[in-house]
Structure formats: C-alpha cells, structure tokens
Design a protein around this ligand. Sequence first.
Ligand SMILES: NC(=O)C1=CN([C@@H]2O[C@H](COP(=O)(O)OP(=O)(O)OC[C@H]3O[C@@H](n4cnc5c(N)ncnc54)[C@H](O)[C@@H]3O)[C@@H](O)[C@H]2O)C=CC1
Ligand SMILES: O=C(O)C(=O)CO
Length: 321
Amino acid sequence: MKAFVTRKIPDVGLQLLRAAGVEVTAHTEKRELAQEELITACLRHDALLSVGGRNKIDAVFLNACSHLKVVSLMSVGYDNVDVVAARELGIPIGHTPGVLSNATADTAFLLMMAVARKAFYLHNTIARGEWGFFEPTRNLGVELNGKTLGVFGLGKIGMALARKCRGAYDMPLIYHNRGRNEAAEQELGARWVPFDELLRESDVLSLHAALTPETKGLFNEAAFGKMKQSSIFINTARGAMHNEQHLLRALQEEQIWGAGLDVTNPEPMDPDNPLLNMPNVAVLPHIGSATVEARNGMAVMAAQNLIAGLKGEPLPFAVKG
Ligand SMILES: NC(=O)C1=CN([C@@H]2O[C@H](COP(=O)(O)OP(=O)(O)OC[C@H]3O[C@@H](n4cnc5c(N)ncnc54)[C@H](O)[C@@H]3O)[C@@H](O)[C@H]2O)C=CC1
Ligand SMILES: O=C(O)C(=O)CO
C-alpha cells in the first residue's frame, strides 16, 4: 500500500505508517505542490496525507483521484475539502481534532496579551533603536482582568481559551454558536448571546468557528462598526472569516482598539501590509498548532486515520461534516 504525504511531517507519524507496512513518498521540497502535480502524484498512490489547506481537495481533485482509499488531513480544519463530493465518491476524510486545542488556544491567549500590551510593536521599536525617553503616559496598554471574553464558535479551542482566560483573568464568557453549548454554560457560566450582542458586549472577541459559506467574510465593516471602541479582535480560526481591508479601516478609525491575527487574508500576509506597523496589532504566521506536542499528536492521528482507511476500516477521527 502506498501513501503520498504533501510535506515533511514529524517522524513519529512516518514511523507509524512504515510499521504498518505503508510505503511512503513525501513531498519534502519547500514549495507548494501545484494542483496538477498533486493529482499526478496521487494517481500513483492509494492514500493521501495532506498537510495544510493550500491544496484543494475539491470535486475536480476527488473525481480525478477517485481510486484513493482515504484522504487524511493533518489539521482539524477541513474547509479545503469538498466533503459532499468525497462522501458521494466513498472516500473517507480524516482530521485531527482535540490534540491541538491547547496549543491553538495558547496562541489566541498570547495574541490577546500581546495586543493588550502592544508587545510585538514595542519589540520592533527596540530593534529600530527607538527605546525612547521614559514618560508615564507612553506605551500604555490595557488590563484584561475581569473583561468580557466573547467567543464566536465555542467548541474545543474556544473552550480551551475560555478556561485560560477564566483562570488567568477571571473573564466572564459570552458566546455565539448556532446552538447552545450546555457543557460550557455549566462549567464556565457561559452565556449564549445573539451575534450582534456578541459584537456589542465583548471586550475581547475571539473567533473559533470553522470557515464555511456562513462564516466567510462575516467580520466586516458592519460587524466592526458594532464592536466597542475599546475591544480587541482575535482571529486564530481562518483569515477568510474577516475582511482585512475593513479590519484595517476599523483600527485606523479607532472603531476597535486592537487586533491579533494568527491567520490572515490572504496568507502569507504582504510584508508591506500597514497592519504590521500598528501599535495595537500582533500578527503571527499561522502557527496556532505549532508546538512539538501538538504536531506530534497530529502526525500520529493522521497516520492512524490513513492506516485505518487503507485497511477499509472506519477512521478513528473521521470528518463527519
Ligand atoms: N490557527 C491555527 O493554526 C488553527 C486554526 N484552527 C481553526 O479553528 C477552528 C475550530 O476548531 P475546533 O475548536 O477544534 O472546532 P470545533 O468543531 O470543536 O468548534 C467549532 C465551534 O464553532 C461552532 N460553529 C460552527 N459554525 C458556526 C457558525 N456559523 N456560527 C457560530 N458558531 C459556529 C460549532 O458549533 C462549534 O462549537 C477549525 O475549524 C480551524 O479552522 C484549528 C487549529 C489550528
Ligand atoms: O488544524 C488546523 O486547522 C490548522 O489550521 C493548523 O493546525
């Protein structure tokens, strides 16, 4: 059985695949595979382990590679996959939920703090030789203690963030999901609110829903216009959920106070993007799950899904969508 892997992945995943007798070809060059190259490679393999969202596992790909026994994603997000087309073709799709929740929530927490204290911007001023003259009214941030955390999409990562914010800053939690999260209401006293109320009431608004047609571009001019002038916007979900021009304008016009982004629109972010030079903005290059622990765990889960798919068994971590 042969598997094609689209990136260098942690050894622990490769070892698991090889121990199961899977012959692995990994694309280890530091460049994106063109879609045609991916199809050509998959035609010579029985299974695909796909890393990152750049390659579209869309109907064109799936129809061209309908012989695949499984597509195993090394990510929890599956917005790059046409799940309906895969189901119709009988190709199971696997993903890696849970194991990266803590790391991704840490990233959201880190961005929240960095924005509140202008940390990335101030770091850069030192590097430019601009430490400057001490004045008690310069370089002021804001405190997070007791501020209201609003989570859009209160699932595994949102919950992990909410627990951190409760423990560190005793932050009350409001959230907007399509349905109620009763476990969160019991555990953290979370309060479900309509979308507009989430925008109006959050001191820190953090996005943790999947990218879908419903959530694409949802955080736009109209949404930023409803947020508090003192609020911080955090996106570690997917860049396409916010409109980056509208976000920039909202910051420039002081409709909101700051923003922290682990995901941008587009990725990579243009190095000339004015957001990178704003004091109340912190940007990271989509490193939400980039810890040794999370990435090893993801590689193991992706390998387990792939092996099960090759054996014709149900995937342990199947996309249900
Ligand atoms: N920056 C990074 O490196 C990472 C980003 N992610 C992103 O985070 C997302 C969330 O991951 P998990 O927490 O594991 O997923 P999850 O499925 O546990 O939670 C998502 C929550 O969003 C809610 N939701 C879905 N659609 C909604 C809508 N239209 N309106 C309101 N709520 C909605 C769901 O009910 C669910 O509670 C992933 O889909 C992925 O895009 C995940 C891992 C790493
Ligand atoms: O898992 C995901 O969805 C990511 O974005 C990267 O870990």
